[in-house]
Design a binder for this molecule. Structure first.
Ligand code: MN3
Length: 246
């Protein structure tokens, strides 16, 4: 067993070196060998992050979010975060393999930034839907109950969330998260993709207020973008996220 583990680590170490170039990808991932029983070793096999496809067409969120913004945002910006995360993780893996941790602070920061960017964008695409086809309206069920219990009512929640998103300093996100520790919903302002985050939270709704998310259509009018965005929020999906987080 011990030698198997050593062989595995050696293999992973080899993979680290072999895939350390830009664009390579390393990540903690589930086992991919369907014939093998999952084990501690295979459960930590290394695999890259990939850009997930948009769940709808670039123009699906018109007129609230324009097609050109969606295309650039997904194909260029999100893709860059995936690439950045893969690079950071491969460099960290290289550091483990070589024992050279001289750039540990740099690559840890890069992993936090690009990892936050990748995972938040992945959530962002999925909590939106075309207006009238999943997008817009109001939350119901468990999510509506949670919003009422934590914020008073939906209008108060919207006002709080919009104010938080509006006031994010520079680039960042408004986030609605479930905090398992005390079973509360919380609204967060996140700068960049990771700063001002709280520990022990699971984002269930996130709203990109980087200028790349709205500048082509709204220029500097972030407030107008926020107001329009409510029309494409997919509340049933947000509720499903809450249930999954609980
Ligand atoms: Mn973005």
């Amino acid at each position: 067993m011990e030698s198997t583990r050593r062989d595995f680590l050696k293999t992973v170490g080899g993979a680290i070196i072999a895939t350390s170039a830009v664009g390579s990808s390393l990540a903690l991932a589930q086992t991919t060998k369907s014939t093998d029983k999952p084990s501690e070793e295979t459960a930590t096999a290394i695999r890259g992050h990939e850009l997930p496809p948009l769940p709808y067409a670039f123009n699906a969120l018109e007129p609230y979010i324009d097609a050109q913004t969606m295309e650039l945002h997904h194909d260029k910006h999100h893709a860059a975060y995936v690439k950045g995360l893969n690079l950071a993780e491969s460099e960290l893996a290289k550091a483990r393999a070589t024992g050279d941790y001289s750039l540990i602070q740099h690559w840890s920061r890069q992993a936090a930034f690009h990892g936050g960017g990748h995972f938040l964008h992945t959530l962002f695409w999925r909590i939106m839907a075309p207006y009238g086809k999943g997008g817009g309206g109001q939350p119901s069920g468990m999510l509506a109950d949670g919003i009422q219990a934590n914020f008073g009512n939906f209008e108060l929640f919207m006002a709080h969330f919009a104010a938080a998103a509006q006031a994010v300093e520079g680039s960042g996100w408004g986030i609605l998260a479930y905090r398992k520790t005390d079973q509360r919903l919380a609204i967060l302002q996140v700068e960049n993709h990771h700063k001002l985050s709280q520990m022990f939270i699971t984002p269930i709704l996130c709203f990109d207020v980087w200028e790349h998310a709205y500048y082509l259509k709204y220029q500097n009018r972030r407030a107008d973008y926020i107001k329009a965005w409510w029309n494409v929020v997919n509340w049933p999906k947000v509720e499903a996220n809450l249930q999954a987080a609980m």
